[in-house]
Write a protein that binds this ligand. Structure first.
Ligand code: ADP
Ligand code: MG
Length: 394
């Protein structure tokens, strides 16, 4: 059924001239609601999507590790012992092959979290993916997750899902050097088909929440605006710092610990911008809880209202939206979506719209028209379905 599984197997044979021992895969993700709550130790509600990264892998009988990808012409070869040491293993590697930090980071992190790498054989791995890279759908968590489940099995490590989340999170933060919360890796590794993952970013606990989309004739449309503004990292750092300031001044460990009445009471003591940043986080945590309750009651109108409230909060209080994202939300709602919001870190990226299947075409046509009218780059639009987390394919 899945032709990417065939492609990755053929790719492995081409690059390494023998057959892989197995094929594993892990999905990208979108976040239904709960933005900038992860580093405030709050709640998020992502789901794995039906776009995946496939890993074809075989163990070797020496300690060599070779990593290869359909996205890159270069195969990177290192010794397992050197990968176990840390990021310096990539010192001699060319710029084009820096992507190898993701898989080699997983190897290193498995060692950091308890695998005895010195006693294990090397491996060859080839990746192929239909997760758009760098589009905010977390191709990075997908490549990490696919390799983590593969190595967990062939090396017989016996790590459970939440330990693999820690492994991939560690790889991306401390080896690749990209600071992220546990949202992406949890969604890619732990999601169940048809469900979102209700995740508590304080203790890492999670539970599936049935989305019931198909039974309700609903779909999630992704509208990728293709816009990425330059102040992404600066803006992100400023938002994080404002949240830390608010937590400190309110005398709590994280904004997770602040109730809405408490925040309101502190209104006059906090700096105006800090107050609005905190208001987004505190109300967004509550919206995640309310969305979980609404999904369990199959009250999709309420889910839609919460999505739009989340968007307004990001637009007005957290100030991380863009005119393109705002337009995509507005047009989606005007043409039949029951909820829409920007998703991801902000300053560009994608909108998700909860849309009756019967209205999808009219929403897409209206968005194309409105973007053209405003002189914006034509967005890319596609449906995503809640899918199974990382697993073995064959
Ligand atoms: P996102 O996770 O939103 O797609 P990131 O910047 O976090 O964007 O991660 C993208 C990076 O992950 C790519 O630049 C590349 O280095 C690496 N990557 C992801 N998927 C693959 C793949 N299939 N093959 C090679 N590298 C990949
Ligand atoms: Mg990423």
């Amino acid at each position: 059924m899945s032709s990417l599984a065939d492609d990755v197997e053929a790719g492995f044979r081409r690059r390494f001239s023998y057959a892989p021992a197995g094929i594993w895969s892990a999905p990208g993700r979108v976040n239904l609601i709960g933005e900038h709550t992860d580093y405030n130790e709050g709640f998020v509600l992502p789901f794995a999507i039906d776009r995946r990264t496939f890993a074809a892998l075989a163990l070797r009988d020496d300690d060599v590790v070779r990593v290869s990808s359909g996205e890159s012409d270069e195969t990177v070869e290192v010794r397992l012992a050197d990968a176990a040491e840390g990021p310096a293993v990539l010192d001699g590697v060319s710029g084009d092959a820096r992507w190898a930090a993701y898989p080699l980071g997983v190897v290193w992190a498995l060692g950091q979290l308890g695998a005895d790498l010195a006693g294990l054989p090397g491996f060859d791995v080839h990746f192929d993916s239909d997760v758009p890279i760098g589009a905010g759908l977390s191709s990075s968590a997908a490549i990490e997750g696919a390799l983590a489940v593969a190595l967990n099995e062939v090396w017989r490590l016996g790590f459970d899902g939440s330990r693999l989340v820690d492994v991939c999170h560690r790889a991306e933060n401390d080896f690749v050097g990209a600071p992220t919360g546990i949202l992406d890796q949890s969604a890619s590794l732990l999601s169940r088909e048809g469900s979102a993952l209700f995740l508590d970013c304080r203790d890492g606990s999670s539970e599936p929440v049935d989305l019931g989309l198909q039974a309700s004739d609903l779909a999630i449309l992704v509208i990728d605006t293709k816009v990425k503004h330059e102040h992404v990292s600066g803006g992100y750092a400023e938002r994080r710092a404002a949240c830390e300031t608010a937590a400190r001044e309110l005398g709590v460990r994280a904004l997770r610990d602040v109730s809405w009445p408490q925040l309101l009471a502190a209104r006059d003591t906090l700096d105006g911008i800090v107050y609005r940043r905190a208001r987004h986080v505190v109300t967004e945590d509550q919206r995640v809880l309310d969305t979980v309750a609404a999904l369990r009651a199959q009250d999709y109108a309420a889910v839609g209202d919460l999505m739009f409230a989340s968007h307004r909060s990001m637009r007005d209080d957290f100030e991380i939206s863009t005119p393109e994202l705002d337009l995509a939300v507005e047009i989606s709602l005007n043409y039949g979506a029951i909820g829409a919001r920007m998703t991801g870190g902000g300053f560009g990226g994608s909108v998700i719209a909860l849309t009756p299947v019967s209205a999808i075409t009219q929403v897409q046509v209206a968005i194309d028209g409105a973007f053209a009218e405003h002189g914006y780059t034509g967005p890319e639009m596609f449906l995503v379905w809640p899918s199974q987390g990382a697993h073995r394919e064959r």
